[in-house]
Write a protein that binds this ligand. Structure first.
Ligand code: UN1
Length: 512
């Protein structure tokens, strides 16, 4: 069923049994416990990965700390040159890695390729950035003094990533951290450990060719126990964590208790407002891709449509019609629009959510259900759902990581904005309108409270050039483009006196 997946696994150097912990090209003996990676595409066991042991964890952190001493004195543009070569290597491996992402995680092959493209793009961005780690200079109030600021590398960056973007989120963090002079320790999701192994192998080739010290790129496969070790470890100044709000609160508490830095990318509950001035062709396509793309498992997935009452029936009819044309099936087959959920636990959550919608008074417009039959033997394929709800229903207030789209009716634009902001999460948002007043109000300080706010495009599919992240329970972190790099560095303010006197600031006199 999985066309060409064996060839891709070979090309990415994935074995039947893999060690799970690595400092670069060396692989460490783990706990003996094995993480089995099953494909949600056909339910087959792809390969095993050994979980990391506390001993392996310790060796990895020590090696990373040692590598940092060398890496931080390597000139930033030289580090950028190595990241450039990683981008080239990713271009060579794009089809194989895209296929593995699709097969291990279940997103469509197109989206798998798109994810690898995001990795290539962030490499290019990081190469340029390696010559632009700028600080400000400022004029001193004292004569013959100069003031400026520098950004220095932080040290070890711990990266905890989620299954839904099993390779891209690691690369957004790592490529920036590396040009900034940091070393990285990555704990991939235990649902997608092979994606982690594949990336480590790709990086190891480039690092070997460039004599990059062992410890700059570290991998620790494992479950939440490894995440806890990372969060509590004061040798790791920055922990970047992507996943559920529940996980993020734990990481934040542990990192905060030792006054470390946490970069959090947590849940979203993203809404699209469709006003009476919307171009409905754009709105429907944007909503559909946002809701069912990646089977509703993006943190940016569209979960709520807030629709003006005058066009509500029309939008509903067009949507129901569009949903009836969706093809669900093997994501490696390009005729399908929707692949499986990640695993049967996710199917259970989806099924429970549908029950809650009904219990809480929602009206199901497009029925859900788990698909059966040979093509769906993994048990992870589900039908995307559309339901009419009220914004304040408990289930609507939560992020369900599944293709469930809520329709909510509004009368005034202010009411729509209040509903859009009336959830605990604050990641992504969109307004569909050709009315300038509505668009500008949406983007204003009185508008969307999200980290991402779009006009006439959907909530998902952000480019790497912008800062990515959100407010409130989304965690407040920013990754990827713009000046997100600053979180991977420490800022130092420097004042230099080139005169022969010692004037004190604030005009203070101190004469003996
Ligand atoms: C995520 O779902 O964790 O904007 C990241 C998007 C993608 C990234 C999503 N570029 O949908």
């Amino acid at each position: 069923t999985a066309s060409g997946i064996q060839e891709s696994l070979e090309a990415l150097n994935i074995q039947t049994n893999n060690k799970g912990a690595s400092t670069g090209s060396q692989w460490l003996t783990g706990s003996g416990e094995s993480i089995e990676s099953y494909s949600p595409v056909d339910g087959s066991l792809i390969a095993n990965v050994e979980a990391s042991s506390p001993e392996a964890y310790e060796s990895v952190v020590k090696q990373a700390a040692k590598a940092f001493e060398q890496w931080r004195i390597t000139p930033a543009p030289k580090r950028g040159e190595i990241v450039r070569q990683i981008g080239d290597k990713l271009r060579l491996h794009k089809a194989d890695l895209g296929k593995l992402v699709s097969f291990e995680m279940g997103k469509s092959y197109q989206e798998g390729l798109g994810e690898v493209q995001e990795m290539i793009d962030i490499c290019d961005f990081a190469v340029g950035l390696s010559r632009q780690l700028h600080g400000f200079t400022m004029h001193s109030e004292r004569p013959s003094h100069r003031m400026y600021e520098q950004y220095h590398p932080l040290g070890i960056v711990g990266i905890i990533s989620a299954f839904n973007f099993p390779v891209a989120v690691w690369s957004w963090n790592t490529m920036l951290a590396w040009v900034c002079g940091d070393v990285c320790i990555w704990k991939p999701s235990e649902k997608t450990p092979l994606c982690g192994i594949a990336c480590q192998n790709i990086v190891a080739e480039v690092f070997k060719e460039n004599d990059v010290p062992e410890g700059v790129s570290c991998l620790l496969n494992g479950d939440a126990k490894i995440g806890e070790l990372i969060s509590n470890d004061s040798r790791i100044p920055l922990v970047s964590a992507t996943g559920s709000t529940r996980m993020g609160k734990k990481v934040s508490a542990a990192v905060g208790a030792r006054l470390g830095k946490a970069l959090l990318e947590l849940g979203g509950n993203n809404a699209m407002i469709i006003t009476e001035n919307a171009d409905l062709k754009i709105a429907i396509t944007g909503a559909l891709f946002g809701a069912v793309g990646t089977c509703g498992q993006r943190c940016t997935s569209t979960r709520r449509l807030i629709i003006h009452e005058s066009i509500y029936d029309q939008v509903q009819e067009k949507l129901v019609n569009a949903y009836s044309q969706l093809k669900i099936g093997n994501p490696l087959d390009e005729k399908n629009h929707v692949g499986p959920l990640i695993d049967t636990d996710a199917v259970k959550m989806y099924t429970e959510a549908i029950q809650q919608i009904k219990d809480q008074g929602g009206n199901i417009l497009v029925e859900g259900g788990t698909l059966t039959g040979e093509e769906y033997s993994s048990g992870c394929y589900v039908k995307p759902v559309v339901a009419e709800v009220e914004n304040d229903m408990t289930i609507v207030q939560q992020e369900t990581f599944a293709p469930i789209l809520y329709l909510i009716k509004y009368k005034t634009f202010d009411e729509a904005l209040a509903m859009q902001n009336g959830v605990a999460q604050g990641l992504s948002s969109a307004v569909m309108t050709n009315n300038m007043r509505e668009a500008e109000l949406f983007l204003s300080h009185a508008g969307s409270d999200c980290g991402i706010a779009n006009v006439n495009i959907g909530t998902s599919g952000a480019e790497i050039g912008g800062a990515f992240g959100g407010e409130k329970e989304t965690g407040g972190g920013r990754e990827s483009g713009s000046d997100a790099w600053k979180v991977y560095m420490r800022r130092q303010t420097n004042t230099i006196n080139y005169g022969s006197e010692l004037p004190l600031a604030q005009g203070i006199k101190f004469d003996l």
